[in-house]
Design a protein around this ligand. Structure first.
Ligand code: PBG
Length: 326
């Protein structure tokens, strides 16, 4: 059967009908909201390159976490900006480090929220790289021990999920065995399994003060040309014990998300990163795009590609937008 009996437009005639046949549902229940914690008290400073997102001291972060929870967002992802940095990133695994204090404060306040902690050294090292640097290169195996210490200290503070974003080989296995040795069997690992060396991280590096002081991250993060390699990275992480795997960035990597969805049977996350967010904000401010429509379209595309979980700076906006749908 064909036209004129068959008319594809028939199912597009009203909003109710379009909703009824929609194949993809964007839901606040699938979102994770990143938060940046800084030293001090009473600090709530907007991040210039990421409007609507803030540098928050621990006390202000607790207030923000309450609001996030009230909006129905189930999880936050914490990044820390420490008082001081050194060659070995000690602030990342200090028992009273900035992120550890933040997790404790959220948990002590009894807020109904999953707390995910980014596991990486780049915000804590003076050179801005994600691991230990020797002779100008990031040493993989020496870094693993410090990443494991970081995850264990975050778990001890009350983290529900740890999320290694460093791209060292073997870090998922290192984290799992260190967590298990401490009896932290219930703490899940969400690995940034396929994380590309991307220009889309620009605004974040300003927000987290984590720009490498020499060179770049291409010797550990993935080449944007590759998709088969992403599947290999994900497979390795799943074998090492990752509970959730992530693809990052999201928008320019929807093909990677779709392929991973077909190949793996674990929850799949994607990270709608700072550059993706900043581009929309900037163009919307200039009046060139409609922020709400373009953001919802992007996020819906990530779900359509196969992501179960979306980490996004739009999380609070999405909650507003979805509660008053046209
Ligand atoms: C830390 C880390 C980065 C992001 C998340 N964790 C930056 C980087 O790898 O340089 C980027 C997040 C974003 O751009 O929103 N390694």
């Amino acid at each position: 059967m064909a036209f004129p009996t068959v008319r594809a437009r028939r199912l597009r005639t009203s909003g109710l009908l379009r909703g009824l046949v929609a194949e993809t549902q964007l839901s606040v229940a699938d979102l994770v909201y990143p938060l940046f914690v800084v030293p001090g008290t009473g600090v709530r400073e907007e991040i210039e390159s990421m409007p609507g997102n803030f540098h928050l001291s621990v006390d202000a972060l607790v207030e923000e976490a309450k609001r996030v929870s009230e909006l129905g967002i189930p999880a936050v992802l914490l990044f820390g900006i420490p008082e001081a940095k050194d060659e070995v990133g000690s602030g990342a695994y200090a028992p009273d480090g900035i992120v550890q204090r933040a997790v404790r404060a959220i948990k002590t306040a009894g807020i109904s929220l999953l707390v995910v902690c980014d596991v990486c050294l780049c915000e804590y090292t003076s050179h801005g790289h994600c691991g230990i640097v020797r002779d100008g290169t990031v040493e993989n195996d020496a870094t693993l021990e410090l990443l494991a210490k970081t995850a264990v200290s975050q778990a001890a503070a009350g983290a529900d999920i740890v999320a290694p974003s460093d791209m060292m080989d073997g870090r998922v296995a290192a984290l799992r065995s260190a967590l298990d040795a401490e009896g932290k069997h219930e703490v899940a690992i969400m690995s940034y399994a396929a994380k590309y060396a991307s220009a889309f991280y620009g605004p974040f590096r300003e927000a987290a003060d984590s720009t490498p002081q020499f060179g770049d991250r291409r010797a550990y993060q993935m080449d944007p040309s590759n998709v088969r390699e992403a599947l290999k990275e994900i497979e390795l992480d799943v074998e090492e014990g990752a509970d959730i795997v992530m693809i990052k960035p999201a928008l320019a990597y929807l093909d990677v998300i779709a392929k991973a969805r077909e190949a793996f049977n674990v929850p799949l996350a994607c990270y709608n990163v700072s550059g993706e967010y900043a581009m929309v904000k900037a163009a919307a401010r200039a009046g060139w795009v409609e922020e709400r429509r373009i953001a919802l379209e992007m996020l819906t595309a990530m779900k359509r590609a196969g992501a179960d979980i979306i980490i996004t700076y739009f999380a609070k906006d999405v909650s507003d937008w979805l509660s008053c749908r046209e």
